[in-house]
Design a protein around this ligand. Structure first.
Ligand code: ACM
Ligand code: ZN
Length: 516
């Protein structure tokens, strides 16, 4: 029975013998739980729910359970009983129940479960390649089957602006028709919410903003005309924090985005923002002098802090990629900041200080859980073994973390089929790594359960790739093919370089990673 459970429950998991048959019309006592999670369960299980008759499925609201925690009991005497404090807890109990149903009946069991980390996310980049609403929904459905609860939706970047805005329609119209209307966004949010998944939008600032600058070139330092990006990489022309007009755009823009997404979190990006333009810009240099900022990194921190001050009035908590921590000013001004760690580069010290001081961090090391990397580079075993840590820092005990996130960037992912084979089944390895305590984890056991799980719930409906755990030569072939593809891809036309000094240790880690 246990073979169908993924992630492995993080508490008592007993199978007590016997089974309970589920009739097509399943009678339930829903207590005061909202209908969404129940409707999703009924659809997935192919049953109809009714309040008429003697209940076989009983729900109990029990505030003693942690958020997302639940108890599921199946007994021949009392049928199916679920206890939870929240709708999410109920939703995960029903996912567990669904996984256990086989041949129209559920095994008698007693399962108490709760996640290790509150944040268990996947990033889906819908900019580098645009995916239709139906694909995004299929993706959400697939991740929710493994109790992943956050979808970090990358919606703005150099290659496009994917959010319909009423306040600045030029932005989404610039890449028509590849954007999501506000109705579509609301539809996706509701779909995700019914499945226990929260959607966090990312508006990447101040770098990766070619899509904005292609509409408003005057918001760059030199006011140079740029075209919408058509290549992967880092673009050197970015927003100018010296100009007030940048804030006249961004403050109302963020307000509209904040109003569209109910999540209390909003991702402000902050990664890969080259400083060459700022160094030569009189507006930027004047701003630094006026604000007493001694470096361009501090200027980025000042810029981000000003946006965060605005988010505060909108009731939103910011997330930033770890490069933003290079600014002491930002660390002081925005204690509520959530940092997302992806690469150390020259940011190892500041990220570590933030982490040690108890700052909330989401861990997404690109050499472990970036799922745009081929299976040969970040194989499932590596994803499964991942936990909150930084490569040059091994504290005696893991420090607390908000959670973990695997990232599916899509520069080289053009179709839903390719998306499915990059994301799955590795996303399921991350799901267990983020839900189940390390002491309970066992990779061989996970692989056995995964096979059974995928036979019933193949992520996004596509056959998972045979190379999920490539060995030996296959690994190298996959790595080589990926590196070759990256090396021969077109470069951004306004790319002034790699975006700053690359730390020697960072380079060394890349080389070690490549050599395996
Ligand atoms: C990132 O990969 N630039 C966050
Ligand atoms: Zn400037």
């Amino acid at each position: 029975m246990k073979q169908y459970l993924l992630p492995l429950p993080n508490g008592k998991t007993e199978f007590t013998g016997g089974r309970v048959a589920l009739p097509q019309a399943l009678c339930l006592d829903r207590a005061d739980f909202a209908p969404e999670a129940l409707d999703v369960f009924a659809e997935r299980a192919g049953v109809t729910l009714t309040d008429e008759g003697a209940p076989l499925l009983r729900l109990y609201r029990n505030e003693k359970f942690p958020a997302e925690g639940y108890r599921l009991r199946v007994t021949e005497a009392k049928g199916i009983e679920v206890e939870a404090a929240t709708e999410q807890g109920l939703g995960w109990a029903l996912v567990t129940l669904l996984s256990l149903i086989d041949g129209g009946s559920a095994p008698c069991c007693d399962i108490e479960d709760q996640p290790m980390y509150a944040y268990r996310g996947i990033l889906l980049d819908c900019v580098r390649h645009f995916f239709p609403v139906e694909t995004v929904k299929a993706f959400i459905d697939a991740i929710s089957m493994a109790k992943l609860n956050m979808l970090h939706w990358m919606l703005t970047n150099d290659q496009g602006w994917r959010i319909e805005l009423k306040s600045f329609p030029e932005l989404h119209e610039n890449n028509a028709p590849e954007f999501y209307t506000q109705d579509e966004i609301r539809e996706v949010i509701a779909y995700a919410s019914a499945r226990g998944v929260e959607i966090i939008p990312e508006v990447d600032l101040p770098g990766h903003t070619t899509a904005v600058l292609s509409v408003y070139p005057e918001l760059g330092c030199a006011g140079k005309k740029v075209r919408l990006g058509d290549a992967p990489g880092i673009y050197s022309v970015i927003l100018c924090p010296g100009k007030e007009s940048v804030f006249e755009l961004l403050l109302p823009l963020l307000e509209e985005v904040a109003g569209l997404f109910p999540s209390p979190l909003l991702h402000l990006g902050g990664d890969e923002a080259p400083k060459s333009e700022w160094e030569a810009c009189p507006h930027c240099q004047r701003r630094m002098a006026e604000e007493g900022l001694d470096s361009e990194e501090e200027l980025q921190g000042w810029f981000t802090a000003r946006l965060i001050e605005h988010l505060r009035t909108l009731g939103k908590r910011p997330i930033c990629w770890n490069e933003s921590l290079l600014s002491d000013y930002l660390q002081q001004q925005a204690p509520e900041l959530v940092a997302q760690y992806w690469a150390e580069m020259h940011t190892e010290g500041p990220t570590r200080r933030f982490w040690e001081a108890g700052g909330d961090v989401i861990f997404s090391d690109y050499l472990s859980v970036y799922l745009d990397q081929p299976h040969g580079s970040n194989p499932m075993k590596t994803v499964y073994a991942y936990g909150p840590r930084m490569p040059y820092f091994n504290p005696p005990a893991p420090l607390p973390a908000l959670g973990m996130e695997a990232c599916v960037w899509t520069e080289y992912v053009a179709t839903p089929e390719k998306l499915a084979t990059m994301a799955f089944p590795r996303a399921y390895a991350l799901a267990e790594a983020a839900w189940t305590a390390p002491a309970r984890k066992d990779y061989a056991d996970f692989r056995r359960r995964l096979d059974a799980f995928l036979a019933r719930f193949p992520g996004m409906g596509f056959t998972p790739p045979a190379l999920a755990d490539p060995q030996g030569l296959d690994r190298y072939r996959e790595r080589l093919a990926f590196v070759k593809m990256q090396a021969t891809a077109p470069r951004p036309e306004n790319n002034g370089g790699a975006g700053g000094a690359i730390d020697g240790k960072f380079l060394l880690r890349w080389v070690k990673f490549f050599l395996g």
